[in-house]
Design a protein around this ligand. Structure first.
Ligand SMILES: C[S@@+](CC[C@H](N)C(=O)[O-])C[C@H]1O[C@@H](n2cnc3c(N)ncnc32)[C@H](O)[C@@H]1O
Length: 211
């Protein structure tokens, strides 16, 4: 995309390795730095400087201190720069999901496999058959679009702690106070209240920093 410099970082060494692998696949550009570090580490963040574009999809709500992480991500954006973030939506089910995830993480490996298997069977196979859809077609399409096997995705969802969330309004208000304007949003809007209740996925935001 013609960026002068790119800096990627993650706190987890396997995620760093994965990014390094992707960098190699992209011909190892010398202007792309891949670092191990935490968005919660203010000293590390300050050293990075400021950027025209900061992108963090589905990360800040997994840090254990979401609002501090958001604040630190904000500090990386230059005036007139853009910040892309995805944050779990807060719904009436969010607190129950937190509890389910905590319980899931207490299970031995075999218990975790049983939960993932039955969830997969119920939602990816039985539910699709009830809807008169071909589950294998849906699974293949999902893999293609999401770039992730549904079984891994389910495991990732159940196991994904820390887990925090915020409503659309909470996020917007935070950014207004910090002089960021919503540039574009793919906030998921559903008309049916029963679907809204289940809308515990990510809200995606693009904010522009004022001058
Ligand atoms: C759900 S994954 C991100 C998904 C990914 N961005 C994508 O588009 O598929 C969450 C990531 O946040 C990272 N993470 C968690 N806490 C962090 C922290 N304090 N600083 C930096 N990265 C962190 C995890 O290591 C993990 O790689």
């Amino acid at each position: 995309l013609g960026a002068k410099n790119i800096v990627s970082f993650d706190v987890d060494k396997f995620s760093v390795q994965c990014t390094k692998y992707l960098k190699e696949k992209a011909d190892n550009p010398s202007n792309w730095e891949v670092l191990e570090g935490s968005i919660l580490n203010k000293k590390f963040i300050t050293k990075l400087g400021e950027f025209d574009i900061v992108y963090s999809w589905g990360v800040l709500h997994h840090t254990g201190r979401m609002w501090d992480a958001i604040r630190n991500a904000v500090s990386l954006v230059k005036p007139k720069g853009l910040l892309f973030i995805a944050i779990y939506n807060k719904t009436s089910s969010s607190k129950y999901w937190l509890r389910i995830k905590q319980l899931y993480n207490l299970l031995p490996n075999v218990g975790k496999r049983v939960v993932v298997f039955f969830y997969f069977l119920l939602f990816n196979i039985i539910f699709q058959l009830i809807r008169m859809k071909n589950p294998f077609k849906i699974i293949n399409e999902y893999k293609k679009n999401r770039g992730m096997d549904p079984l891994i995705d389910i495991k990732d969802w159940f196991g994904g702690l820390p887990y925090e969330y915020a409503t659309f309004d909470e996020v917007i208000n935070f950014f207004k106070i910090n002089k960021f304007n919503l540039n574009l949003t793919k906030y998921k809007k559903y008309n049916l209240s029963s679907i809204e209740m289940n809308n515990f996925g990510n809200n995606e935001y693009v904010f522009e920093k004022e001058n």
